[in-house]
Design a binder for this molecule. Structure first.
Ligand code: GLN
Length: 450
């Protein structure tokens, strides 16, 4: 039925870069066969899932929505993909995104933009826009995305689905094509909180192939879905409800906060003093790491290679230059330039090192806040989904719209975006943030709220 749904709506939504129809049907039949023999087929058995196209899939093209990887077929699966297979999942295909996960609208895909299923003239958010749109439109029951500065939570908010970014280190990044390695984390986009807990059960846990993966016991996250949240102390981050926020959206999210109080939460306003610096330092740290990570795309080892002209051999320098000029889109180039600048001798101390120091201050803010609160709450994004094309030439405006999501990544914390209501027929998300590895608390409150 999911494949049929894809046939019906994909022409309008365009969430998928690759639909793996035959593989999906074969996997579904294999689950049926196991069930018939009454063998255990896994907790997610037979349930169709779409994957953001920066998660490596063995034998299936993984493009990162870039010309650079247009024909790249990985020889291995990302650990999260492997884990989903073990849980019995049926993969329906690879989902559109901003090129290399850099963006907030999915318009920076090198191939085509995805549309918001609630209003086809608007963006689904990004960079996991294909993932959010697919789940919202019923083209997948759930999806995996990645979140470096909001790329799961913001599209979840724009498309009216649940999006969770787990604690840095809880979910393996092995096989996730790196954007900014100290910020990247794999997470889920689901229709509800129970699904979110089920998917987290499947993907969380130590992976020796990812050196930043934390060796720890992972609880059964569904055990937190009690429907009860009395006595949870919830801090409302006041800087995130001020003039930067669309006033009608503020109303909707404030109603959400009121509901948390009615459910027994102890709600109090709090202040996050260094929040105002988060965007500035994110857009130094993330491009710096990206410029380093993307150095591997040189036209030699894999991916796109510029054509040698007839009769004229390109020398190595020219080959790099032409490959990278032709293979990367404008936003990726912008990030590489900014990042290389921030890391270069003479500027490193002034920009990169300074940014790292402010990152520590942001961490400290959270640490202090979590002495008094179990969870923090804010809107997920300051604005409604943009009309397609509107922000394409204004990267700074897009960067600023990451204001509520980016600090969470800088501190490595878990956060979830929950559908909270509508403004002018468009979904609005509310963000809950927890201390590191407190996904259980996050899910408990999210489930009671839903
Ligand atoms: N919008 C942010 C950026 O462009 C976040 C992207 C992400 O989380 N991958 O960097």
């Amino acid at each position: 039925s999911v494949l049929r749904r894809i046939d019906q709506v994909e022409e309008d939504v365009r969430a998928y870069l690759t639909v793996t129809r035959d593989r999906a049907l074969a996997a579904a039949r294999a689950v049926d066969a196991r069930r018939q023999k009454e063998e255990d087929s896994g907790p997610l058995a037979g349930i169709p899932v779409g994957l953001k196209d920066n998660l490596c899939t063995q034998g299936v093209r993984t493009t990162c929505a870039s010309r650079m990887l247009e024909n790249f077929v990985p020889p291995y699966n990302a650990t999260v993909v492997e884990k989903l297979y073990q849980a019995g999942a049926v993969v329906t295909g690879k989902l559109n995104m901003d090129e290399f996960a850099m963006g907030s609208t999915t318009e920076y895909s090198a191939f085509f933009p995805t549309r918001n299923p609630w209003d086809l003239s608007r963006v689904p958010g990004g960079s996991s826009g294909g993932a959010a749109a697919a789940v919202a439109a019923g083209e997948a029951i759930y999806a995996l995305g990645s979140d470096t500065g909001g790329s799961i939570r913001q599209p979840a908010s724009f498309c009216g689905v649940v999006g969770m970014k787990p604690t840095y280190g809880l979910v393996s990044r092995y096989g996730l094509v790196a954007f900014a390695s100290s910020l990247d984390q794999v997470g889920s986009l689901t229709k509800d909180v129970r699904d979110c807990a089920l998917v987290l059960n499947a993907i969380a846990g130590h992976d020796p192939l990812d050196s930043t993966s934390v060796p720890m016991e992972v609880p059964d996250y569904t055990s937190f879905l009690t429907g009860e949240m009395k006595g949870k102390r919830i801090g409302v981050i006041k800087e995130m409800f001020d003039e930067g926020l669309d006033p009608e959206m503020a109303e909707v999210v404030k109603k959400g906060v009121k509901k948390l109080e009615e459910l027994g939460g102890i709600v109090e306003e709090c202040s996050f003093p260094h929040a105002e610096y988060a965007i500035a330092i994110y857009y130094i740290i993330a491009p710096a790491e990206a410029s380093s990570n993307l150095a591997r795309f040189d036209g030699i080892r894999y991916g796109y290679r510029a054509n040698q002209e007839e009769g004229k051999e390109l020398d190595l320098q020219e080959l790099y230059l032409r490959t990278r000029s032709e293979g990367f889109g404008p936003e990726v180039k912008r990030r590489i330039l900014v990042g290389t600048y921030a890391l270069s001798s003479g500027y490193y101390d002034a920009y990169y090192l300074k940014a790292l120091k402010v990152r520590t201050l942001i961490r400290e803010d959270y640490r202090r806040l979590f002495q008094n609160f179990d969870l923090l709450v804010s809107p997920t994004a300051p604005c409604l989904p943009f009309p397609l094309g509107e922000k394409l030439d204004d990267p700074i405006v897009l960067y600023l719209a990451d204001v509520y999501t980016v600090p969470v990544n800088l501190a490595g914390l878990p956060a979830i975006s929950l559908p909270c209501g509508f403004v002018r027929g468009l979904p609005v998300g509310m963000q809950l943030i927890a201390p590191a590895f407190k996904e259980g608390d996050l899910l408990q409150v999210a489930y009671a709220f839903e």
